[in-house]
Design a binder for this molecule. Structure first.
Ligand code: C5P
Length: 229
């Protein structure tokens, strides 16, 4: 198994950008586990499944071919990276996220991804459930308003007609659901590192993360990895 760094936290805290940049500086691979839940959601909606039938969702997850490569996401041989970011998929993703059968299949995909490579992985349960022995487990957070404003700017840029209040409302609903669900709730790991990104530049967040990673590599006698970043 390769080395793993996890980044969990709520939507809009800057996890994806931080994970991509961190992976690129370390020379490691990156995994966006939210994209996995989104692909399963897309496939389920397209198949016309009853979204509350968690067994059917799990069976579907076990039968589809999903490939992730950096920003690119394929369902079978179809590039779905834009489609899975549609607000409709974001809203419906809670069914896949709440289904234990889906979480089990995706946990398998996620652990497999770390088998032959070093990995920066981001999501909600990466440090708490999927990689409890990760090198460093970050929990990246920001204020509600800052996160909503980021997401709002992204959606406007993509041409969506939406109000900030709506984004904030959707986000609060999703945060509450993510934190309250019985299975794999979103929470910081007890032995993880919490980083508040409000008011910080990406560079500041990355430097903080790299500091913790260097320290952890040193403690584990893996300091030879330093020369790569
Ligand atoms: O991070 P993103 O918004 O792409 O996540 C999509 C959906 O997948 C969300 O509903 C989130 O709760 C869920 N998710 C999850 N566990 C993860 C990653 C995402 O439940 N590790």
């Amino acid at each position: 198994m390769g080395l793993v760094v996890t980044i969990d936290g709520p939507a809009g805290a800057g996890k994806s950008t931080a994970a991509r940049e961190l992976a690129s500086r370390l020379g490691w691979s990156v995994l966006d586990t939210g994209a996995m839940y989104r692909v399963v959601t897309l496939a389920a909606l397209e198949a016309g499944l009853d979204m509350t039938d968690s067994e059917a969702l799990g069976a579907l997850a076990g039968s589809i071919q999903v490939r992730l490569d950096g920003n690119l996401v394929w369902l079978g041989d179809r590039d779905v990276c834009k489609l899975i970011r549609e607000p409709e998929i974001t809203r419906a993703s809670r069914y896949a996220a709440n289904a234990p059968e889906v979480r089990k299949v995706l946990l398998g995909w996620q652990r497999k991804a770390s088998e032959n490579q070093n990995l920066v992985t981001e999501g909600r349960d990466q440090g708490t459930i999927v990689f409890p022995d990760a090198l460093v487990k970050f929990y990246l957070d920001a204020t509600d308003l800052e996160r909503a404003e980021r997401r709002y700017r992204e959606l406007i840029q993509k041409g969506h007609e939406i109000h900030l209040e709506q984004v904030l409302e959707d986000q609060q609903e999703r945060d509450a659901r993510d934190s309250a669900r019985e299975i794999a709730p979103m929470r910081p790991s007890d032995d993880g590192v919490r980083i508040e990104s409000t008011g910080k530049s990406l560079e500041e967040v990355l430097n903080e993360m790299l500091g913790h990673i260097r320290k952890s590599l040193l403690e584990r006698g893996l300091s030879e990895t330093f020369h790569t970043f």
